[in-house]
Design a protein around this ligand. Structure first.
Ligand SMILES: Cc1cc2nc3c(=O)[nH]c(=O)nc-3n(C[C@H](O)[C@H](O)[C@H](O)COP(=O)(O)O)c2cc1C
Length: 170
């Protein structure tokens, strides 16, 4: 385990967000869950280094985040396309995504939410704020392109409390 300032991995995260996505883990008293996100990233808010995770209201993750707003982000630094596609297409409502699909839950350092053991880079977050994006505030063309069913995102903003590599090579 090697801690790294989040400022130094912001671009790496941004690139992976656009290259198959990253894993967003959540947990409540009932269940641990993982989904793929492709938007958001490391940002600065309330003068803290934060991670902004945009989650649509329809996601199972959304309900879990409402109950426990801690979350982790695990970033694969090797090809995990199939696993990202799986976590990004199946719902934790129907399947335990941590069982039998190459996505293993491991304990985080500081929050009560797992990380993905197969990934090399991890970000742990405690809640700062969340904000719903109302459809009336989205430009018309973007609204039709990205929100045809008006399944809007809520932005979950978490303060980065740990950021680290778990592989020995770094
Ligand atoms: C590459 C990729 C990026 C995605 N990005 C997001 C995202 O940023 N926000 C979101 O709400 N859903 C996103 N999704 C869709 C969710 O990962 C997907 O709906 C998932 O099945 C939700 O899981 P859950 O119901 O267990 O929460 C993405 C999917 C893929 C494949």
């Amino acid at each position: 385990m090697k801690e790294i300032p989040a400022t130094q991995i912001a671009n790496t995260v941004l690139e992976q967000l656009g290259n198959g996505g990253v894993f967003l883990c959540t947990a409540d008293e009932e269940q641990r869950n993982v989904m793929t996100i492709g938007w958001g990233g490391v940002t600065r808010f309330c003068n803290e280094l934060c991670f902004l995770a945009p989650v649509r209201a329809s996601r199972h993750t959304f309900g879990i985040l409402k109950r426990n707003p801690n979350f982790t982000v695990s970033v694969p630094l090797h090809a995990m396309r199939a696993e990202l596609a799986f976590a990004g297409s199946k719902s934790g409502r129907d399947v335990n995504k941590f069982e039998g699909h190459g996505i293993t839950a491991a304990p985080a350092q500081a929050v009560n939410v797992p990380i993905v053991a197969e990934c090399e880079l991890h970000i742990e977050c405690e809640p700062v704020a969340s904000a719903e994006m109302p459809s009336r505030q989205v430009e018309a063309a973007m609204l039709e392109r990205w929100y045809p069913t008006r399944d809007m995102h809520t932005y979950f903003i978490g303060k980065i409390v740990r950021c680290y590599y778990t592989d020995d090579a770094r």
